[in-house]
Design a protein around this ligand. Structure first.
Ligand code: NAD
Length: 387
């Protein structure tokens, strides 16, 4: 396979002490047992070149892979693709407000595509990408890796086994350290908001867990901390979403989401995430921060380590591999593209069983409704009223 990665930031190569990133290391791991002829990584800053080179060498050494990855500084993805259109698949890892433009350039060049979340901030953009994808018969998916997390898969099974009865409400608390808007995404954090960047994961997850559809949304933000530091965006967003159908039974159910990014730099994990699910016949508490490993170290303090997301794990025979639900999400996409190319699976099957663009539209609609509600005095926004 020949693969294009658009973007060379934190999620591709790791930055600011956030670990190894997910995309490049996942591709290196995958290259150990599927044929990847080469990976071209494109982005705008020439300074990324040595970061990509270093990351590739470090990862290859660590897991014994031989991934061939090259960085190219570009001025426009569309112009680059006009000269270099021959890729089997592309992974798009650029700031949220660039997803539409770059997704369109990739699909217009007949390349299967994996987009980091959110699919796009606006539903009209998402609908347009879906139209192109379907017209051209391409597979396009959103990298919603929480669907691959064993703990969430267990919740899904328990819900479908009737363990909590009909779903009545979720309370979701998800926040990250202030270094994310201040350092990691400094260049574009004012162009997104924390719900769009982070909350969207749990909108997709509730859809995946319950099969219900969002009907209406209201949201309010807090501000002051980031504003005072020169970043005009909400410190936190609090959204109430009403859903209908699926595991909710005959009545609508509610998710209350508290999503923030002003946690202290010294918190015990980059992401603090917990949710409670209450149903008509039971209740579940899911702690996705404290996964059971606590590391205490001078200079770092107390850290809750998540071994399940995206990291190196020793193999039982003394080797090292890159694993986790982040890896499984990227790997799943590559396997699906290969299966599609070989005629082993149909696009229509992928569209309904994967976090396809069609499914990604659902969380994008909620993101758009949240953004409208915040701007319009927290009014309720009906999903059906979005243009
Ligand atoms: N799923 C997750 O857990 C997760 C985690 C982090 C980031 N993300 C998503 O990934 C995306 C990027 O995040 P990041 O952490 O890598 O951000 P980043 O700011 O570290 O990197 C962004 C990269 O995009 C490049 N870029 C910007 N505009 C471009 C353009 N027009 N054409 C080509 N390249 C361009 C930049 O040069 C940079 O290399 C965002 O949408 C974010 O929401 C997802």
């Amino acid at each position: 396979m020949k693969i294009l990665v658009v973007g060379a930031g934190m999620y591709v190569t790791g930055r600011h002490g956030t670990g190894e990133g997910t995309i490049l290391a996942s591709l290196a791991q995958a290259s150990k047992d599927i044929q990847i002829e080469g990976v071209d990584i494109i982005a705008r800053n020439p300074a990324n070149s040595h970061l990509v080179e270093e990351a590739k060498d470090r990862i290859n050494r660590r897991i014994g892979s031989d991934l061939k990855a090259r960085y190219h500084a570009i001025s426009s993805t569309a112009d680059y693709l006009a000269q270099n259109p021959n890729y089997d698949a592309a992974i798009i890892v650029v700031p949220d407000h660039r997803h539409y433009e770059i997704g369109k350039a990739v699909l217009d060049n007949n390349i299967h595509c994996l987009m980091v979340k959110p699919l796009t901030p606006a539903s009209a953009e998402a609908a347009d990408l879906i139209k192109i994808q379907q017209k051209r018969g391409l597979y396009a998916a959103v990298e919603f890796h929480k669907r691959f997390d064993e703990s969430n898969r267990m919740v899904k099974r328990l819900i479908s086994d009737g363990a909590v009865g009909d779903v009545r409400y979720f309370v979701i608390n998800y926040s990250q350290r202030i270094m994310i808007p201040l350092d990691v995404f400094r260049e574009w954090s004012a162009k997104t908001n924390i719900f769009q960047y982070l909350g969207v994961h749990y909108v997709d997850l509730v859809y995946f867990l319950t099969g219900a559809r969002p009907e209406r949304v209201m949201a309010i933000g807090t501000s002051g901390v980031l504003d005072a530091l020169g970043i005009p965006t909400c410190d936190s967003v609090h959204a109430v979403i009403q859903w209908r159908g699926g595991a909710g039974g005959d009545h609508p159910f509610i998710t209350v989401m508290n999503i923030g990014w002003i946690d202290p730099r010294c918190t015990s994990a980059l992401s603090d995430q917990k949710f409670t699910l209450t149903g008509s016949a039971g209740r579940m508490e899911v702690d996705q921060k404290n996964r059971g490993i606590e590391l205490v170290k001078d200079g770092i303090g107390i850290q809750q380590v998540n071994p399940y997301f995206s990291d190196y794990l020793p193999t039982i025979d003394g080797g090292m591999e890159f694993q986790g639900y982040g890896y499984k999400s990227v790997r799943g996409f590559l396997d699906d593209v290969q299966a599609l190319q070989a005629g082993r699976i149909r696009l229509s099957e992928l569209d309904v069983t994967r976090p396809s663009f069609r499914q990604g539209l659902i969380s994008t609609e909620v993101v758009e409704a949240v953004n409208i509600s915040i701007l319009q005095s927290s009014r309720w926004v009906d999903i059906n009223d979005l243009s």
